[in-house]
Design a binder for this molecule. Structure first.
Ligand code: FE2
Length: 226
């Protein structure tokens, strides 16, 4: 019997990105000291920075190396996904510092195509796994008829959630609509990560100059730039 896997969900993981971690850690510390309140998004506790956007990221030497790595891996991911004639751009990037008791609620990154996270500092133990969840409408597989004793294994065919243990200098890229959360940290040490979104643009449309004819008239919303 053949088993067909329909609509598998890709999550791309790049270990040992070769990024200067000490430099990024120092930069995150400076940003955190400059803006100690940060913002609250999916995080419960911890600290999250405001958004950084490409013109600034490209000028900032502490983030430029990471920015290039994000694009390199994201282009590989999108190529594997079958994209062609396209341009990727990081739309925003932000920093996260979690320590004991902090976690992130389940969320998606609406409006972009790829999202991801880079781990700049990971304590040796218990800083909270990144948890991916099967779409809510598909939770029926488990919830509909049984519980743990009703299954003899949990694997890609039947798992309703998947845990990813972060490593230092590791980049994880995933579809922006994939629900995810971060488990509560029970470590006294800080975990530092940088999250980001990417938008995709069609080079076909751009070459035909379709984009310039369709622009939003709403230019009154200021961009937050640190
Ligand atoms: Fe997220």
């Amino acid at each position: 019997m053949e088993t067909k896997l329909l609509f598998p969900t890709p999550v791309w993981v790049e270990d040992d990105c070769g990024v200067d971690l000490e430099r990024i850690q120092k930069w995150v510390k400076i940003v955190k000291e400059t803006d100690p309140n940060g913002r609250v998004a999916s995080n419960d506790g911890g600290w999250q920075s405001q958004d950084f956007i490409p013109p600034y990221i490209k000028q900032d030497h502490a983030l430029t190396e990471l920015y290039e790595k994000i694009l390199e891996i994201s282009y590989k991911a999108a190529d594997e996904w079958g994209f062609q004639h396209y341009i990727l751009e990081v739309s925003n990037l932000w920093m996260n510092v979690n320590t004991r008791g902090n976690y992130n609620h389940v969320h998606t990154h609406a409006g972009s195509v790829l999202s991801g996270v880079f781990y700049a500092k990971v304590p040796t133990c218990c800083s909270g796994d990144l948890k991916f969840l099967r779409d809510f409408k598909d939770q029926n597989l488990k919830e509909g008829w049984g519980c743990d004793p009703n299954f003899d294994r949990w694997e890609h065919l039947n798992e309703t959630e998947h845990y990813h243990s972060p490593k230092e200098n590791q980049l994880v890229v995933f579809p922006s609509w994939l629900p995810h959360s971060v488990d509560r940290s029970s470590s006294e040490d800080e975990r530092i990560s940088l999250s980001f979104n990417l938008h995709v643009f069609s080079k076909i449309y751009q070459d035909n100059e379709v984009y310039p004819s369709k622009r939003s008239a709403n230019t009154n919303v200021p961009l937050k730039v640190i």
